[in-house]
Unconditional design. Structure first.
Length: 210
């Protein structure tokens, strides 16, 4: 991956907080250039091991059309739906992005969850990134590649809803305590026929690694 145009200083007018209270979510448009975003998307599609996600919904196991890849430091494990998952190793391209996301979010990350949405029929329902393994004080930094998709926040108590389009090459930094007070979702649509990859850089606390 060429590094020259990758991470330019972000003009401040492109940085915007979308949440009025109980956390903050900074959106950075054009954080990565168009060509670099396209290259990275191809590399991630081809180099990582993607698998369908398995969730429990209404007491049933559901296998998603959306695919996921979980990458992280060797000691990162994550348990969900009763299954202990081990992270796949970092690839150089992803380590380079991680370093830049750490600068942007002013935090250190040790894992990255990637989601591949084939088209608008793939999405992600309302949830918070508040699994017990995650460091609740750490921001979660997300990078979007490919199709523009609508992302929404919903406040857990007063149900205030805020939505924004996540564009190709954009970054979104959700700071604590956002996950405690807000849910988020990637909304489905019939209007999008192309793929999107989203990367969320996270910090796993190791004392849950047993
Ligand atoms: O695709 C997105 O923008 C959101 C992904 C997400 O919320 C997650 O991976 O937890
Ligand atoms: Mn999430």
């Amino acid at each position: 991956m060429k590094q020259t145009s990758l991470f330019e200083t972000i003009p401040s007018q492109y940085r915007q907080n979308y949440l009025p209270k109980d956390g903050s979510a900074y959106y950075h448009a054009e954080w990565m250039s168009g060509p670099d975003s396209a290259n990275l998307m191809n590399q991630l599609k081809n180099s990582l091991q993607w698998e369908a996600d398995q969730l429990f919904m209404f007491g049933k196991q559901v296998v998603t059309r959306r695919q996921v890849a979980w990458v992280g430091d060797a000691n990162c494990t994550y348990t969900y739906s009763g299954v202990k998952k081990h992270a796949q190793p970092w690839i150089p391209e992803l380590l380079a992005v991680k370093a830049q996301m750490e600068k942007l979010a002013q935090a250190e990350f040790n894992s990255c969850l990637l989601n591949l949405y084939h088209d608008g029929k793939d999405g992600m329902g309302w949830h918070s990134d508040n699994e017990k393994e995650l460091d609740a004080n750490s921001p979660i930094a997300s990078l979007s590649l490919g199709a523009t998709r609508k992302f929404a926040f919903r406040h857990k108590t007063d149900k205030t809803t805020i939505s924004l389009p996540l564009e190709n090459g954009s970054a979104l930094v959700m700071n604590a305590p956002t996950q405690q007070f807000w849910q988020h979702a990637l909304l489905k649509t019939t209007a999008i026929h192309t793929a999107r990859i989203n990367l969320t850089f996270r910090k796993i606390n190791h004392h849950y690694d047993n």
